[in-house]
Design a protein around this ligand. Structure first.
Ligand code: ATP
Ligand code: MG
Length: 277
């Protein structure tokens, strides 16, 4: 009898950040009493001005930083009790600056580094690496040195190297920095594809239009605290609150507010639809 192998299934993983605070050794308190819960498969944006604490918060989700007080759990794993290597099997983190992440001599070696550390078979590693390079459109430059790539390609390589590890949770820190319009669209469609696969996506972004188009939920941070947390429409509609956090509300919403609309459009399509309706 032939027994069919069931397709690999993603393990649903909840993230629970419970009253965490964090102070850097320099004495700067970067996070203060943060509590958030992210369900499996959600698509969440973290927004806020420079220094709000966004990167510090996401570095807690894969255990790169441990809270001074409070706890971070990814599934049943508390980051206090698990190594960064263990956490990396559940949470992939694409660094804000690719040069902090990339350190191998060829694109291929860079890509293989994570899967090798996960002790995958050579065949599984190579097939995941190939698929991830194709997803970001870098499959033709395997032998190049990462530092010979443009900044936008290094950002894509950093993303691909995390995708190759096939984690349930993908965190991407400022994905659109340095990307042109086409690059931004490409990253948006990669995030949609990952989300279709059931993955949880947490994106840190200054790009408020990207936030409006790509994320169903948004968390606004200021001064190391969470100021707003809700659907992206609810959060971005609170124009005076986000102004106070020095984040610029989307132009469309500002316009809708000036026009006295109750409806706050997130995308150009919604705006046009409302005008037509
Ligand atoms: N390695 C570090 N050592 C000391 N202080 C740090 C370090 N990294 C960040 N900080 C400080 O912690 C606070 C939060 O920084 P963080 O990088 O988390 O903010 P951010 O919201 O990601 O900002 P940006 O939008 O500029 O990336 C800031 O005051 C920052 O100067
Ligand atoms: Mg940051």
């Amino acid at each position: 009898m032939i027994v069919e192998k069931a397709p690999a299934k993603l393990l649903p993983i909840e993230i629970e950040v419970d009253s965490i605070s964090f102070t850097y050794p320099s004495g700067i308190q970067a996070l203060e009493d943060i509590t958030i819960h992210v369900s499996s498969g959600e698509r969440v944006a973290l927004i806020g001005q420079n220094g709000a604490g966004k990167t510090t918060l996401v570095k807690h989700l894969n255990g790169l930083l441990k809270p001074v007080s409070g706890s971070v759990k990814v599934g049943s794993w508390d980051t206090h009790d698990h190594s960064v290597a263990q956490m990396a099997t559940r949470v992939g983190y694409v660094f804000q600056n690719p040069d902090d992440q990339l350190f191998q001599r060829t694109v291929w070696d860079e890509m293989m580094f994570g899967p090798r550390n996960l002790r995958w078979s050579a065949e599984r590693a190579a097939s995941s690496v190939q698929a991830s390079l194709e997803m970001v459109g870098l499959e033709h430059i395997k032998e190049m040195h990462p530092y010979d790539l443009t900044f936008s390609s290094r950002k894509l390589l950093a993303l691909a190297s995390v995708l190759a590890m096939d984690t349930q949770v993908v965190i991407i820190d400022e994905p659109t920095t340095g990307q042109d319009y086409r690059g931004v669209q490409q990253i948006g469609s990669i995030l949609s594809e990952l989300n279709k696969q059931g993955k949880t996506i947490i994106g840190v972004t200054h790009d408020i239009d990207f936030c409006a188009e790509q994320f169903e939920r948004s968390i606004l941070m200021a001064g190391g605290r969470v100021v707003l947390d809700g659907s992206t429409r609810q959060v971005l509609s609170q124009i005076s609150v986000i102004d106070q956090a020095y984040v610029e509300a989307p132009q469309l919403m500002r316009l809708a507010e000036k026009l006295g609309w109750d409806f706050m459009p997130l995308t150009v399509e919604e705006f046009i639809h409302h005008l037509d309706g």
